[in-house]
Write a protein that binds this ligand. Structure first.
Ligand SMILES: CC(C)(COP(=O)(O)OP(=O)(O)OC[C@H]1O[C@@H](n2cnc3c(N)ncnc32)[C@H](O)[C@@H]1OP(=O)(O)O)[C@@H](O)C(=O)NCCC(=O)NCCS
Length: 161
């Protein structure tokens, strides 16, 4: 169980302490870079990933691609000390749940498809995304493979009578 809290002037310092393990740093940037991207690029929104005790265990950011309206996940980093406890999986699920319930009021764009990119040799992350229903599309973003997952169809409302 995680809570995604937008990064603000109140919590940004604790988010800068999130670090991938040494051997993982070739796959992601420093979290401070992601925070700057969110602050200055006008596209991404950074969130602190908090555990049930409100401790910050990770970072994730999201954005809507203006070209095709897909909802992108980026900058997913669970602090090395907290990996392998389900936080990464819970973070991706929490983002998609947020979009299902809050869009289009957050970004102005209805949620229809999630997307992300990952280095092809990042086996752990690839396994995680595939297990959540993300599928490689054949697209590349820089040197990373793009995976997408359509929004699951909503169950029809059942009326009585
Ligand atoms: C990838 C990452 C976010 C996963 O977070 P996590 O909290 O450790 O992952 P979880 O505990 O939720 O594990 C989810 C699944 O991922 C897979 N997984 C995670 N790390 C793995 C690893 N190093 N090797 C193999 N599988 C791994 C497991 O299959 C696991 O499946 P399970 O739930 O059936 O056990 C985390 O390892 C991380 O921050 N890595 C460095 C940054 C990075 O590569 N981010 C992704 C950029 S696209």
């Amino acid at each position: 169980m995680v809570v995604l809290v937008p990064v603000t002037s109140v919590n940004w310092r604790e988010v800068t302490r999130v670090r991938a393990a040494e051997h993982q740093r070739r796959w992601v940037a420093d979290v401070t870079y992601y925070l700057c991207l969110s602050a200055y690029d006008g596209l991404w929104r950074s969130c602190a990933v908090q555990d049930e005790d409100s401790a910050t265990v990770g970072h994730v950011m999201w954005a809507v691609d203006p070209e095709d309206d897909s909802h992108w996940i980026g900058g997913l980093v669970i602090d090395a000390a907290h990996q392998g406890k389900g936080f990464g999986r819970a973070t991706v699920l929490a983002l998609m749940t947020l979009w299902e319930h809050e869009e289009p009021s957050l970004s102005g764009t209805p949620y229809a498809q999630a997307a992300l990119s990952v280095a092809p040799d990042n086996r752990g992350a690839l396994g995680l995304y595939r297990s959540l229903g993300f599928v490689e599309t054949g697209e590349l973003s820089d040197d990373e493979v793009v995976l997408r997952r359509g929004r699951p169809a909503q169950a029809p409302l059942r009326g009585s009578g």
